[in-house]
Design a protein around this ligand. Structure first.
Ligand code: SAH
Length: 356
């Protein structure tokens, strides 16, 4: 019988699998604690399980990890990890210290199909989806390497990939991360950032475990946005705003709108005015992300004065606004700078993928 990968299972799936193997369901909670709180990957070390059960478990399950292929440390303390997947592909994950909390920024896909014009990951195209175990595995490995397993930390799905384009795996990962017997990351400490896939946002609105939502808006008009975010042709701004409006207010907390500032493209006082009008009656905050440049990305970061003026114009109109400080730029760990494989695709191919 092939071994089951234990790290792919939520607690309730593990309970079911244990029951099928003739073990008590509550053992699942003990195993979760060993794997997530203590970082144990060997059943023989799970000393509160009876010896015979440890053998049964070792026969039926395996607990894989993601070896660290490379680790870069930035001047500002940010660390970027290149992790090896079982099929020989790689994925990047970033640790951002004290912002004010410790934050793990994880990937949900190898590459990305969305084709956003300013994002380096987009140049890879979509290589493949990550599994729940590979998504949570990034947190397991980083928390272990940084000895933060027992600390409170945040998890943001803002690495490589579009989380809502890999919906089921991402939500299974949220459940595993949030489980009280595992890392017990409160769902409010988990943020899912999406390019704005409207049907998936609507589906998310009905979930019982609900991460915080961040939506990558990036432009105040459909014309501007479609040039930056191809999938806008399928889900235009008005539909995204509507989906946010329908999001359950009590549980959603405050939605964040992300807005990459590109010099001369979407950073004018008029753009700020239009953006303010769009979000005016929504309970949101706007997170401005000055472009993190990369070779081959045909945009520039606006000057600091221009960034301040844009933020000021929003604040003046009563919009809650923050400028995201970019971290780890010297090691290419900042937003939009993750890309690990040489599989560059043509712009036309990326557009086709994105609006499919
Ligand atoms: N697919 C998700 C997660 C992307 S990464 C999404 O689209 O939201 C998180 C944020 O970084 C997104 O808002 C993304 O648009 C932004 N980003 C991408 N490339 C960037 C770059 N070069 N500079 C600054 N931010 C960038």
């Amino acid at each position: 019988m092939p071994q089951v990968e234990l790290t792919e299972l939520t607690l309730s799936e593990l309970e079911t699998a244990l029951a099928a193997a003739g073990l008590e369901r509550y053992r699942a909670r003990q195993i979760f604690q060993w794997v997530y709180r203590r970082g144990v990957t060997d059943f023989t070390a799970m000393t509160d399980l009876p010896g015979a059960q440890r053998e049964t478990l070792a026969g039926r399950f395996r607990i894989s990890t993601l070896p660290v292929a490379r680790r870069d440390v930035s001047e500002d303390g940010t660390e970027k990890f290149l992790l090896a997947l079982q099929d020989g592909r790689h994925v990047e994950s970033v640790f951002i210290p004290r912002t004010p909390h410790q934050t793990f920024c994880v990937s949900t896909q190898v590459g990305c199909a969305m084709g956003c014009a300013f994002c380096l990951t987009a140049t890879m195209g979509l290589v493949r989806n990550l599994t729940p175990g590979e998504i949570v595995g990034q947190v397991r490995v980083l928390a272990g390497a940084l000895e933060l397993r027992d600390s409170r930390f945040n998890v943001v799905f803002m690495g490589m990939g579009e989380p809502l384009h890999n919906y089921d795996a991402t939500m299974a990962a949220v459940r595993i991360l949030a489980d009280d017997h595992g890392f017990a990351v409160h769902p409010r400490r988990i943020t899912l950032s999406t390019v704005g896939l409207v049907p998936a946002i609507e589906r998310l609105a009905g979930e019982d475990v609900m991460p915080r939502l961040a939506v990558s808006l990036h432009a105040p008009t459909d014309e501007q946005r479609a040039a930056l975010v191809p999938v806008n042709r399928k889900y235009p701004i008005a539909e995204i705003i509507e989906a946010c409006r329908r999001f359950p207010l009590v549980r959603r907390g405050r939605i964040t709108f992300e807005y990459v500032l590109l010099a001369g493209v979407n950073d004018s006082p008029d753009d700020a005015r239009r953006l303010a009008a769009l979000v005016r009656d929504l309970h949101v905050k706007v997170n401005l992300i000055p472009l993190n440049p990369a070779a081959g990305i045909p945009f520039e970061r606006p000057s600091d004065e221009r960034i301040d003026a844009f933020a000021g114009a929003l604040a003046e109109r009563g919009v809650t606004v923050m400028v995201r400080k970019s971290r780890g730029r010297d090691i290419r760990a900042a937003c939009g700078q993750l890309a690990v494989e040489g599989t560059k695709r043509s712009a036309a191919q990326r557009l086709a993928d994105a609006i499919r």
